[in-house]
Ligand binder design. Sequence first.
Ligand SMILES: [Mg+2]
Length: 246
Amino acid sequence: MAQQYLLASDFDQTLSFNDSGVVLAELIGITNFHDRVKGLSQINLVQQGAELSYLILHDPEFRRVRQAQLVETGKRIRLKHNVQQFAKALENLADGYNFSFAAIIRASAGWGKITVLEEIRATLGISHDHIIYMGDGSSDLPVMMHVNSYDGLTIAVSEAEFITRVAKRTVLSDNAMSVLVPVMEDVLRWDSAKIRRTFASHGLMLREWGKSRTDQLLIQESAQESAEPIPVETQAVPPPAIAQGA
Ligand SMILES: [Mg+2]
């Protein structure tokens, strides 16, 4: 029977380039969104990551927001490259493995994300150590610590130190497919040659793969006909240093 894994992801700035709060604020003509968020964090009343929900409920200017403006905000959010391809690639990644993909878009941040993740995990009947979680911000820290404590895999997609210190792996790329690299290495235990071959089979080439403390990837769409095997360095690559929890 196939091994079941759950890959859960934060949305803002993990699968998208922009933050929904910033986009909505611009749409309704508010220029100091970040200052307002900062102000909220100073009063310690609002959970990190839940600032936008709080503003929409309590800030006089945000309370005017109508549904149509939320829909328009959604349309203006620019997704990272290949999010769809990423979800599809996960479905048939490897024989004997079954990955379910969930993007956590609506959660009350912080502990709220743990609750949502646990609900999805329990519904799918997946064990704790088979959770993979990716995120970029402070609202992802509690859920990452939760996943780490059960031996799951956590992936930071931001180079901010507060999160790379907690996440087991860090990947920086504008392409969502890049997150498959730590999954292939840490879950599937594939070597770099196999990883490059798999990317090539999806029409993608790992052009720059800086394996220092952080995986930095520049992924290029290769032309249809060049999806043939690409040269792979024979030189042994030292294992990437892993950003361990502090
Ligand atoms: Mg985020």
